[in-house]
Design a binder for this molecule. Structure first.
Ligand code: C2O
Ligand code: CU
Length: 489
């Protein structure tokens, strides 16, 4: 990748005649302060916490002097430029989010990682037409976790996410351990994305590697070239891989250790000291980093090896070494909570209670040999039951696997049961030809006519049809429940 100094980018802004991509990978000096998405405003009325989200077209300046057309969510209070506000609600609360689609096209809003009825899930069946409104409501009933929301209209997910539609949803609970938790001070959202820019400043959303869209410019919370001023001895980073296809192999400069405290579904039973962490699109990890006064540390991504026959080091940009974010400690740091030895108690899902075993094969752009069909139900599952899913990546490239409406546990080996020490997950990365077994407890909401999705979360693969649907019904209806929908939306 050619080095292009920041001044050259400024010069480019005058030239609107060509649309050649520009590369910014080698120009980082961390000059820009990391943006923190605002916390969404809400009111409690009749015992329900009400949020408002407008989906709008906007524009933002990511590169100096260049205006980039974007899509964004706003809460009606502050103007949105890119991404959306962070929603926060407590376990036990009922929430309702009124969504106004101000785009000239259909969208949906999916609550990734949320345990909720399929009708409120925001998948492709809950389309919000241009100018339309949708107000899902549900009871927050799951452990504290970093979840997120994003569009899910069938075939259009990658493009809408890449244009800027994504935000975080924090679930909090009373049982949470004492950890740094002051939003934007020592508890920091970190949404990792990669983009390419045309010289005009527009996103260049064309061009893909085998895994999908990869950009050569990293945006963190929509900030290019970012640093985070740190005023406390430790900082908790809630990291979301919000990219379409890029897999991050996270590390700190000088191989500094960090402490992983939570994953997709919430806290780990015990913190894990690590030096490397793979995070594929859709996955989250919360890490705590300790800093000394005045210290500077870079969060970066290192090349990975996921068993690919031809690793993505061909310049397609999917697997480079990249600097993501510089942490800049103040000369004096205030003290904040250390990480406790125990974070939560989770028991292993019981194998003895497994109601069904299924084999899921990821190959080409299909699941079990079939591309996504909105009118077809691929699996009917007994409400509240536990199943064992063996997911096999039959392909010579990585994919990942996401299930809506649940958190699952990973079963590390044939002889062992699910391991809760690995945390509750809703998305799991599979290297080339890799197999993983998941223990999944399904929701108790029965609805034979509204499916949940399971799919590859590399967004282009998902759009291309690497997705399937399941319904959850009362145990005595499993045999008789419909396998197709009367009307595909
Ligand atoms: Cu985050 Cu079906 O997706
Ligand atoms: Cu895939």
């Amino acid at each position: 990748l050619a080095a292009l100094p920041a001044t050259a980018l400024l010069g480019c802004s005058q030239d609107r005649t060509t649309a050649a991509p520009i590369s910014t990978v080698d120009t980082l000096d961390f000059a820009n302060q990391l943006r923190i998405p605002p916390l969404a405003t809400s009111v409690v009325r009749d015992g329900i916490r009400l949020f408002e989200l407008n989906v709008t077209g906007s524009s933002a300046e990511f590169l100096p002097g260049l205006s980039t057309p974007t899509l964004a969510y706003d809460d009606g209070r502050s103007a949105a430029r890119y991404l959306g506000p962070t929603l926060r609600a407590r376990r036990g609360e009922r929430v309702r989010v009124r969504i106004n689609n101000r785009l000239p096209e259909t969208t949906t809003v999916h609550w990734h990682g949320m345990h909720l009825p399929a009708t409120q899930d925001g998948g492709p069946h809950q389309a919000i037409p241009a100018g339309g409104e949708w107000a899902p409501e549900w009871l927050i009933d799951q452990p504290a976790a970093t979840l997120w929301y994003h569009p899910h209209p069938h075939g259009q997910t990658e493009r809408q996410v890449n244009q800027g539609l994504a935000g975080l949803f924090y679930v909090t609970d009373e049982a949470s351990p004492e950890l740094p938790s002051r939003y934007g001070i020592d508890d920091i959202p970190v949404i990792l994305q990669d983009r390419r820019f045309e010289v005009t400043g527009r996103f260049d959303l064309g061009g893909r590697s085998v895994t999908g869209y990869v950009g050569d410019t990293i945006l963190v919370n929509g900030t290019h070239n970012p640093h985070l001023p740190v005023s406390t001895e430790r900082v908790r980073l809630r990291i979301l891989n919000g990219s379409s296809a890029r897999i991050y192999h996270l590390a700190l400069s000088d191989d500094h250790e960090f402490t992983v405290v939570a994953t997709d579904g919430g806290f780990l039973p015990r913190p894990a000291r690590m030096r490397r962490l793979l995070l594929s699109p859709g996955e989250r990890a919360e890490i705590v980093v300790e800093l000394r006064p005045g210290e500077r540390r870079v969060l970066r991504s290192l090349p990975w090896d996921l068993g690919m026959i031809a690793p993505l080091t061909d310049g397609s940009g999917g697997n480079d070494r990249l600097d993501l974010l510089q942490l800049r400690a103040d000369p004096q740091l205030t003290t904040n909570p250390t990480v406790p030895h125990r974070l939560t108690t989770v028991s292993a899902l019981s194998i003895a209670e497994v109601a069904e075993r299924r084999e899921i094969v990821l190959e080409g752009r299909t699941i079990n040999g079939r591309p996504m069909e909105l009118g077809r139900i691929d699996a009917v599952i007994a409400a509240g039951s536990t199943e064992l899913w063996t997911v096999r990546n039959a392909h010579n490239q990585p994919h990942n696997f996401h299930v809506h409406g649940v958190s699952f546990q990973i079963v590390p080996g044939e002889a062992s049961g699910p391991d809760p020490a690995l945390g509750g997950k809703d998305t799991v990365l599979l290297g080339a030809e890799q197999t993983v077994t998941l223990a999944i407890r399904f929701p108790s909401f029965s609805d034979p006519l509204t499916p949940y999705m399971y799919h590859c979360h590399l967004l282009w693969h998902e759009d291309e049809g690497m997705m399937a649907q399941f319904t959850v019904v009362d145990a005595d209806q499993v045999a008789s429940a419909p396998r197709s929908l009367p009307r595909a939306h």
